[in-house]
Design a protein. Structure first.
Length: 567
């Protein structure tokens, strides 16, 4: 009898907070001009697991005009396309700055049809123009931004076109050795050969009585990849030397790079499908060690491996340590790992109020402060992996709604999805999701890449009246994007931290500008930037409701010098 009473109290509390969560979310994709369909496998029945994963989406300011543009990874089909259908391709949309977008894919030289997977953004050659890395089943692509609105695929020349397992998954640029050049990490899903892979009928492979695509159990897991930037436009595969290969057969999907133990060196977390997750600790000598098991973030609370998909890092409880949120398969909850310090994690999914949702199959996800109250909320998108489940009454369907958890600022979360409504409760077959400010109004918006469907651009309209601050970093000795830099903001109500990071969510790339909710303050007391180079700079009394650009060693580019600088 005690469990139903607890649930009633919790749900009542969640309902009570709805009026205190002044956010509305509206899908504005069509009116914004995002009118294409991502093609990914057959719509009604899939023969291979390849057709189920979908692809990612990225925020990128490719033309440096201060407005976030959008890049969508596309897929294809195994069979011939319907007569009259143009081959599917990746898409780049330029933000016009007036709530509409222009398709500049062909003009930019980004037309490509293949089994695209993830996308990550970073200025790998430090020329001031952000580049794109796309993993694939097949050859990866490294699109060098030429700075004139066009890109060139140099993956073969750069040495990053081949994943050892031929199926690249989640990826990220990172400066793991802190030499100022961006390196590349790519998880790998499965070592798949379509000529020999089992078919649903020959497996046979069943899901609740339905014949479905086989895997991943029973198939050979992929091999994760780490490429070191040579500083001359080429990369070297250091996966073996760096210790990445010591953990094999992982079915890797989502990737979140962050400094989880606060030692100043970036670590790598990989969400694995039907296998324990990986936490590669950076040993600060060019090597990594998987410490997920002893750190408490490899399994669920009951010690079982989960079917992990997407992953995000953020300090939800504002204790100065980055926590982890991971989405999983249906029939399971998503997982929130609280970082208790030095990369020791506790599974707090149930104690924080996130253990109530088990119907959804989660993909893209992110920590984000949607109401700018200074506390990170959590958003995730959902969609089943098998289109065949439409024949089942026991499942939530192939297309599923999203979930929005409000941070109650006391270590708890409330599911406010139904109260917010709008685009949150609209069903879609979602995969990749990215988070950023599309209209430069200070609110965090969301872009979603759906499978065999139109994308979604969810405009966040906050009515909180809270202030905000965005920080854009320009590295000099550090990498140009400042990827791996930690930003610490001190406000009237305490400290917030975040890092500039590439990759994250599921196969996607968030806005590289770091965003903070400032509540009612008119100025931030202190901004501290801890650069990958080791330089630490502090700035005092910074006005809010603006984006500040900080150049390493030069201060805020509006002329404000640091009040303190140290190594």
């Amino acid at each position: 009898m005690r469990k139903p009473v607890f649930m009633f109290i919790f749900l009542a509390a969640a309902f009570t907070t709805a009026a205190q969560y002044p956010v509305s979310m509206t899908n504005v994709a069509k009116q914004a001009g995002l009118n294409f369909i991502t093609i990914y496998g057959d719509e009604k029945k899939n023969r291979y697991l390849l057709e189920t994963t979908g692809s990612g989406v990225a925020f990128i300011d490719y033309d440096n005009d201060g407005w976030q543009d959008l890049f969508f990874v596309n897929g294809t089909r195994l069979d011939a396309l319907p007569k009259g259908m143009a081959p599917p391709t990746n898409r780049l949309f330029r933000n016009r700055g007036d709530a509409t977008f222009e398709d500049v894919t062909a003009k930019a030289g980004l037309t490509r049809t293949n089994w695209g997977q993830s996308v990550s953004v970073g200025d790998f050659n430090s020329d001031g123009h952000d580049d794109l890395f796309i993993t694939a089943f097949g050859k990866n692509a490294l699109y060098k931004n030429n700075g004139d609105g066009t890109f060139a695929d140099i993956a073969d020349k750069a040495g990053v076109s081949e994943n050892r397992s031929k199926w690249g998954a989640g990826s990220a640029f990172l400066d793991y050795d802190r030499d100022g050049d961006l390196d590349l990490f790519a998880a790998s899903y499965i070592d798949l050969d379509l000529k020999t892979a089992p078919l649903p009928e020959t497996g046979p492979c069943l899901y609740k009585g339905l014949t479905v695509a086989c895997g991943p159990p029973g198939l050979t897991g992929g091999v994760n990849m780490l490429w070191q930037n040579n500083g001359n436009g080429t990369f070297t595969d250091v996966s073996e030397k760096a210790g990445i290969r010591k953990t094999d057969g992982t079915y890797g999907l989502g990737v979140a790079v962050a400094d989880y133990d606060n030692d100043g060196f970036v670590d790598i977390y990989v969400a694995n499908d039907s296998a324990p997750a990986i936490l590669y600790r950076n040993n600060r000598n060019g090597t990594f060690t998987d410490i997920a098991l002893e750190s408490g973030c490899a399994f669920s609370a009951d010690g079982k491996p989960q079917a992990g998909m997407g992953v995000s890092a953020g300090d939800y409880d504002r204790d100065g340590w980055l926590d982890i949120f991971k989405t999983n398969f249906s029939g399971d909850t998503s997982t929130l790992y609280r970082n208790a310090g030095k990369a020791v994690f506790d599974d707090v999914t149930f104690s924080v109020g996130m253990g109530i949702n088990t119907r959804w199959l989660g993909w893209g996800t992110g920590f984000a402060d949607f109401d700018n109250d200074g506390w990170l909320d959590v958003f995730l998108v959902n969609g089943h992996v098998y289109p065949e489940v439409e024949r089942l009454t026991t499942e939530a369907g192939y297309a599923q709604r999203k979930v929005l958890y409000q941070n109650l600022r006391n270590g708890k979360f409330a599911d406010v999805s139904m109260q917010v409504g709008g685009a949150v409760v609209e069903n879609s077959p979602a995969r990749g999701a990215a988070f950023g400010d599309i209209d430069n109004d200070g609110d965090i918006d969301i872009v979603i890449n759906n499978v065999n469907s139109l994308p979604e651009l969810i405009r966040n309209d906050s009515r909180s009246g809270n202030s905000w601050l965005k920080v854009k970093l320009v590295g000099v000795k550090s990498n140009r994007n400042g990827i791996g830099a930690r930003v610490v903001v001190i406000t009237d109500d305490g400290q917030q931290i975040d890092e500039v990071r590439s990759g994250s969510s599921y196969y996607s790339q968030n806005d590289l500008r770091v965003s903070f909710g400032i509540v009612k303050s008119t100025a931030v007391k202190t901004i501290e930037v801890r650069w990958p180079s080791g330089l630490v700079e502090k700035f005092a009394d910074v006005k809010v409701n603006q984006t500040v650009t900080i150049k390493e060693g030069s201060g805020i580019l509006n002329g404000q010098a640091p009040v303190n600088r140290s190594k």
